[in-house]
Design a binder for this molecule. Structure first.
Ligand SMILES: Nc1ncnc2c1ncn2[C@@H]1O[C@H](COP(=O)(O)OP(=O)(O)OP(=O)(O)O)[C@@H](O)[C@H]1O
Length: 247
């Protein structure tokens, strides 16, 4: 089997966009399926290298990309390395009129040479390049363990934590211990440490966080910080209406 073509720098304009990287990789599970992959400032384009006609090109918008990681495979005899990019594009739901963001992961095997370390370095180069196109984001996530049916913390560990890890988002988790805990914390916090505050709770905790921001002397600047609301309460009226109006 001939080795895939080396990954090349891709400094020339193509389709009006200046490319950052171009490479040819194989499928994670099937070495005979090969893809040409190109990265620009705005998109990751994956084209299946195949002699048969049909729709073989997929374009992922990098604004839908939450992260990318490089790693060695579980088999130590495998000289190849891998990189996986995680996307949440809007997609149509089965039997439904609307679209929602749905998770898609794209994994590639890098086996340019017989040296596992060199392959891993190449996979890391791609993972870094894909991650670098995204804006860095550090978040404080506030969870009220009592909200709703007392399951907010399970929602965090079961759903949110994995997404943050895939996205390589550095975060500080705050589990509120009593009423007004979040308000006091936000009132005194050094907000320059975070790019966003995310509340996993019902409306009550978000209300506290907004009040904490408005209690500050620098409230006019503080209130500009992006706020996120994840439904963890019982009513979740605000999260539902924000989600509804963003559709
Ligand atoms: N550890 C805690 N123990 C008790 N109360 C808390 C704690 N942390 C926060 N709180 C308070 O609980 C209140 C209610 O929380 P929240 O609104 O998040 O949940 P909910 O009432 O279940 O949801 P919803 O508002 O959607 O009905 C908040 O006003 C907050 O001050």
């Amino acid at each position: 089997r001939s080795p895939p073509a080396p990954s090349l720098p891709f400094p020339f304009p193509r389709n009006g966009l200046v490319g950052l990287l171009y490479g040819e990789f194989t499928d994670m599970l099937n070495d005979r399926v090969r893809y040409s992959v190109s990265l620009t400032e705005s998109a990751l384009t994956i084209q299946r290298i195949s002699s048969s006609p049909g729709r073989t090109k997929v374009v992922f918008n990098l604004t839908d990309c939450v992260g990318c990681r490089a790693y060695r495979g579980p088999d130590s005899a495998d000289v190849g390395a891998y990189f996986t990019a995680y996307f949440y594009p809007f997609k149509r739901r089965w039997m439904s009129a609307g679209v929602t963001r749905q998770r898609v992961e794209q994994c590639f095997r890098v086996a340019l040479v017989q040296d596992p370390l060199a392959n891993l370095q190449e996979a890391e180069r791609w993972a870094h390049a894909i991650r670098d196109v995204r804006r860095p984001c550090r978040i404080m996530i506030l969870v009220n363990p009592q909200s709703g049916r007392g399951q907010a913390l399970q929602l965090f560990t079961g759903h949110i934590q994995g997404m943050l890890t895939e996205a390589s988002v550095p975060y500080t988790l705050v589990i509120t211990e009593h009423q007004n805990h979040a308000r006091e914390l936000v009132r005194k916090a050094d907000l320059s440490q975070w790019d966003a505050l995310v509340i996993l709770s019902g409306d009550g905790l978000l209300f506290e966080v907004i009040n904490g921001l408005m209690d500050r002397e620098d409230w006019q600047e503080a209130i500009q910080i992006p706020l996120g609301i994840l439904p963890g309460g019982s009513g979740n009226a605000l999260a539902a209406s924000v989600h509804h109006y963003s559709q």
